[in-house]
Ligand binder design. Structure first.
Ligand code: ADP
Ligand code: MG
Length: 708
């Protein structure tokens, strides 16, 4: 007698597996019991309601318990194995016929006199009720075949051994449907899972910290694979979701506590630079911007480290608020750094800041992989330069050796492109700089709590008043003629146009080719106009040149990939044509659309798509036409795609997102949050032995051990 399977047991220890099954499992990367059980059913089929044979009608999907009255090979246009089945005590004497095509092994499994549980779709053929290739199980114990054989040889039919009741797993119950493994039948995989669950060691502890001991972990594992009732697999999923959500919230709560207590620098003691810059702006900050600047100022002026999230819709003016914060830090004699997700964006911020600060004493430096400094000045390695300074860069700035000394404030732009860990690197760097994180687009409220729950939040909930109207229209590419004449008219009036294409070719050379083909296509349509091409594979200086040309109005049309998605700012461009719009995500489309409507001109976002109403991809386009509100769009996007897709697993810092379909559920987050806080209130340093798994959970989140 073995002691039973452990989560770490290799699949070879599961008894009752054939060598072929083992091989198929291992080839698919399923090496141990844990991995096997983590492959969850994609869906379930309720095969539990048994239908009496005489009530079965043509077209019914049936599940039934039957007795085999006769079985054998038949020939018509094809050879098949047929069993005539019914119920022993059926007064109607009704029969149905089970037929298996191309499944010779069935003949070896079935014999007259057996009891089966069957599942399949009934059809009448030549007046007979038949089921082709039904799923079936022999309901007699394993020895039934042997005993039948004995009986057939003239012996007596022995009664089955007491207590050898067979539990059906493919029929007669709620049956799990798994994603297939190459080289393995679906029902084989199902039986392997079943066998594994039968062989698990009793009293296995729940892995990690158990948030819901009242519903034992391993019971939930059983319920999710073979639920005895419809609601049980949902209950099990909810339990796992809670556990996952709890881990997430626990990390956040832990970080929040660490960070809140952490001393920081006192800056924002002098607002002279900021005021100087604001005075030179041709417009005033909106009320919402002013409020956010004030919230940030107070935070920076305190002696605790600032950890704040700045959220605002596309075009709400987050950059300017961030610049104000940076100037406040500079005003206190510190360096402020802004880190952008892409080179293009870093360069744009750089130019933008240079322009805004040209009449002040504040210097601006650029640090990207391609470009180390306008002044040739290296600020690290102990070199000092006392002039007030702002540094703009890409993530190269994150690494310790590039990190400027005397850093007072780090602004992380478009945070979701990075991830929680990178933010941590700043937060935990030696000098405890204040940290301001900006999101590219608003994110759903539940995700704000989940991903940024350790940050204070400032929201710019108002757009500058001078914005032109944006009209969004969904058009079929078949109607290009009208669109083209509309584009010509707008360009004649001096406007500029973005044309965005998905360009999804796998290889780089193909990508290049399709970008060029796209460019040529538009050149043919608009031979009189100046057209530029911008895509991610261009060399940095070429990108820069194209972008500058467009910004300065030397190009009428910019054909681009999604590199224009983030932050690019050309107020005179008022039309955006998006090819194959349905192939983009909703938030991405909103972000793209945010590139227009930045000047005083009425703007047009034209979504080209041949998706018809009800087709996939159509709904998000309709959402986009309906609203310009980024917060609303974020919630819709979340509903349509789920959080894993909205943020991307790796970027979101969510780790496993198997159960995050539940993350839309505020109650779950609150529940997990409460639980996490209660534990940390009672045991702030996690010294109690029962909290050891939690220590493990957060050990990488402590000051010393930042992972990157
Ligand atoms: P986002 O929030 O998308 O990053 P930006 O910061 O890029 O938005 O700002 C978009 C544009 O709006 C920029 O051209 C900026 O100069 C302008 N802007 C910012 N604040 C105001 C304001 N209060 N009034 C008018 N224009 C503004
Ligand atoms: Mg921005």
């Amino acid at each position: 007698m073995t002691t039973g399977l452990q989560p770490d047991s290799p699949v070879s220890r599961i008894s009752g597996l054939s060598a072929r099954d083992l091989q198929a499992l291992q080839a698919a990367g399923v090496e141990n019991v844990r991995q096997l059980l983590r492959r969850l059913p994609r869906r379930y089929e309720d095969r539990s309601s048994m239908l009496p044979i005489h009530l079965i009608q043509d077209g019914d999907t049936v599940c039934a318990r039957v007795h085999v009255f006769s079985a054998g090979w038949r020939f018509s246009y094809k050879r098949y194995f047929e069993a005539s089945v019914g119920t022993v005590d059926d007064p109607h004497g009704a029969r149905i016929y089970l037929r298996w095509f191309n499944m010779p092994y069935v003949s070896r499994l079935l014999a007259t006199g057996m009891n089966l549980s069957i599942y399949g779709k009934a059809r009448t053929y030549g007046g007979k009720m038949t089921i082709a290739n039904p799923d079936f199980e022999v309901m007699d114990d394993e020895d039934a075949g042997h005993r039948l054989m004995e009986a057939a040889m003239g012996g007596t039919l022995m009664p089955p051994v007491e207590g050898q009741e067979v539990t059906p797993i493919h029929t007669g119950r709620i049956v799990p449907i798994y994603k297939g493994l190459p080289g393995m039948a679906a029902r084989t995989y199902r039986s392997i899972v079943w066998k594994t669950l039968q062989q698990l060691a009793p009293d296995l502890p729940a892995p990690g910290y158990d948030v819901a001991p009242a519903y034992p972990y391993w019971q939930a594992v059983r319920d999710i694979h073979f639920p005895a009732a419809e609601e049980l697999h949902r209950k099990a999923r909810l339990r796992f979701a809670l556990a996952e959500c709890f881990e997430q919230q626990f990390r956040v709560a832990w970080r929040r506590r660490r960070v809140q207590g952490r001393p920081g620098q006192v800056t924002a003691t002098c607002s002279a630079y900021m005021e100087e810059m604001l005075e030179m702006l041709p417009f005033a900050l909106t009320q919402a911007q002013l409020r956010c600047v004030e919230e940030i100022r107070q935070d920076m002026a305190s002696d605790r480290q600032m950890n704040r999230l700045l959220q605002g819709d596309v075009g709400s003016g987050k950059t300017l608020v961030a610049l104000c914060a940076m100037l406040l830090a500079v005003g206190s004699g510190k360096i402020a750094a802004m880190i952008a997700p892409t080179q293009i964006l870093a360069e744009q911020h750089y130019r933008n800041f240079c322009k805004l600060l040209q009449h002040t004493d504040v210097k601006v430096s650029l640090r990207t992989a391609d470009h180390v400094d306008d002044t040739g000045l290296v600020l690290d390695a102990g070199e000092r330069d006392d002039s007030p300074r702002i540094i703009v860069g890409t993530h190269a700035l994150l690494y310790k050796k590039h990190r400027p000394h005397n850093l007072g404030l780090a602004v992380v732009d478009e945070q979701h492109k990075f991830g929680v860990e990178q933010r941590e690197q700043f937060i935990a760097s030696g000098v405890n700089p204040d940290v301001l994180v900006m999101t590219a687009t608003p994110i759903p409220r539940t995700l704000t709590l989940t991903l940024y729950g350790d940050l204070e939040v400032s929201i710019i909930d108002e757009l500058p008043a001078n914005r032109g109207e944006i009209v969004t229209a969904l058009r079929n590419p078949a109607n290009m003629k009208r669109i083209i004449s509309f584009m010509s008219k707008e360009m004649d009036a001096g406007r500029q146009i973005y044309i965005v294409s998905p360009l999804v070719e796998e290889s780089e050379t193909k990508k290049q080719a399709s970008a060029t083909a796209e460019l040529n296509r538009w050149r043919e349509l608009f031979p009189e106009h100046r057209i530029g091409l911008l895509h991610g594979r261009l060399k940095a200086e070429d990108k820069d040149a194209v972008m500058q040309a467009f910004q300065k109005g030397r190009l009428d049309i910019l054909v681009a990939t999604t590199v224009v998605e983030v932050g690019v700012d050309v107020p005179n461009a008022n039309i955006m044509i998006i090819n194959d719009a349905d192939s983009f995500g909703l938030s991405q489309l909103h972000q793209l659309r945010g590139r227009i409507g930045r000047g005083e001109h009425k703007s047009y976002c034209i979504l080209l798509s041949s998706a018809k109403p009800g087709e996939p991809g159509r709904e998000k386009l309709e959402v986009l036409c309906r609203t310009l509100n980024g917060f609303e769009i974020a919630e819709e996007d979340f509903k349509l795609r789920g959080p894993g897709d909205v943020l991307g697993t790796a970027q979101s810092g969510l780790g496993s997102v198997e159960f995050t379909e539940w993350l839309g559920d505020m109650r779950l987050i609150h529940r997990a949050n409460k639980e996490a806080s209660a534990i940390l209130d009672a045991d702030p340093e996690l010294k109690k032995p029962q909290h050891a798994p939690l220590r493990l959970l957060v050990q990488f989140d402590s000051d010393e051990g930042i992972t990157c």
